[in-house]
Design a protein around this ligand. Structure first.
Ligand code: SF4
Length: 367
């Protein structure tokens, strides 16, 4: 039996107006067109534009232009990295501070992908996830999502984006889709290299189907049994999993890519032989594959991770049904960093720090 943990699901508040405009268009007013375009490209590649970058392309900046660009850079991004935690697996977990002081998490992964947050907190309140423990605070603006990619590119080469960090992207659909389109048009990351990870709903699939730029889809299942799924994802849409899978399949047919079915493994809850049998029946004839994720323990949560050996057995059982399956290690296991844990730890440390030093509590850089 699963014990309930406290979670609040508040309606999303709009992002603050100050965070809405991405400052990149301002460059057009500061620099001639070709130079503005180059500056914009460099920023989106994760570089800090230097006069030498312009000179190397026969676009040397005049002194006033260089001064205007330097002043712009000071305030161009609405977010900053407050804490950077490297992991043994090569990933870098970033606690990103928003202009209003809220914290989110971004993970730059060694495979060239970045996992971005789409909300501060989350209303879905999955029982195994730190991000949903305190409910939803607000949606992220498109700029705040795009800026996470810029921060990750300052860490390493990034050419894939997964909307799988804090928050449920379908609850912030307009801003996420704006970010998807912007990353395609300005950062060279096409929709086939962006994955929208959702707990799913008819409304979400309708919104995605109507979108101009359609990202790949990952559907967080976690169980093929409606009652267990409702226990694990108390605030997810009430549609039966069979309807969600059918809706996802219709979208995937439009988008022409396979669906990833995410399944966080919890010992004794959804890693039994009968869970695989139900999953296989649910996915019969659906184009996609199952991604098992070994749960990263969160203090106070009533679950135990499935062993790696058992995860391998489950993967093989699924494959025996003719369904592709993989096991993904939850990135950053060694740094207390399942989804939402770092931000939570930083928030707690902020609250626990005396007022004199509270402004520095979230940042390892001391700012
Ligand atoms: S797993 Fe995803 S949807 Fe569930 S509470 Fe965490 S962030 Fe929200």
């Amino acid at each position: 039996m699963i014990e309930r943990t406290e979670a609040s699901a508040r309606p999303a508040e709009p992002a603050p107006a100050s965070a809405l405009p991405v400052a990149l268009p301002e460059l057009d007013a500061l620099l001639p067109t070709a130079k503005a375009r180059l500056a914009r490209r460099l920023v989106l590649e994760g570089k800090r534009p230097e006069p030498a970058d312009f000179a190397a392309r026969a676009l040397a900046l005049s002194k006033p232009e260089a001064a205007r660009l330097a002043a712009w850079e000071e305030t161009a991004l609405t977010t900053r990295v407050a804490e950077r935690v490297p992991s043994d697996d090569g990933s870098a977990r970033l606690v990103v501070k928003l202009r209003d002081g809220e914290l989110i998490e971004t993970v730059a992964m060694p495979v060239g992908a970045v996992c971005v947050s789409t909300q501060v907190g989350c209303a879905v309140a999955c029982r195994f996830c730190a991000s949903g423990m305190n409910g939803l605070k607000r949606n992220l603006a498109a700029a705040e999502i795009v800026e996470q990619v810029i921060h990750a590119r300052r860490e390493r080469r990034i050419d894939r984006v997964v909307y799988m960090g804090m928050g449920e992207p379908s609850h912030n659909l307009a801003n996420v889709l704006e970010a998807v389109a912007l990353l395609k048009s300005s950062a060279g990351i096409g929709p086939a290299r962006q994955t929208f990870s959702t707990v799913g709903s008819a409304k979400a699939f309708a919104g995605l189907s109507a979108a101009r730029v359609k990202p790949c889809l990952a559907l967080s299942l976690h169980s093929a049994d409606d009652a267990i799924r409702r226990e694990l994802l108390p605030n997810a849409a009430p549609e039966p999993v069979a309807e969600l899978v059918a809706g996802a399949a219709r979208y995937a047919a439009l988008q022409k890519k396979p669906i990833v079915f995410e399944w966080t493994l919890l010992a004794g809850v959804n890693d039994r032989d009968e869970d695989v049998a139900q999953l296989a029946a649910l996915l019969k004839g659906v184009r996609g594959y199952v991604n098992f994720i070994r749960w990263n323990p969160v203090a106070g949560m009533p679950f135990t991770p499935t062993s790696f050996e058992r995860a391998v057995e489950l993967r093989e059982q699924v494959k025996a049904h003719g369904i592709l399956a993989t096991i993904r290690a939850s990135t950053g296991r060694d740094v207390d960093a399942a989804c939402g844990q770092l931000r939570r730890r930083s928030t707690i440390s902020t609250l626990a720090t005396p007022p004199r030093t509270s402004s520095t509590a979230t940042g390892s850089d001391g700012k």
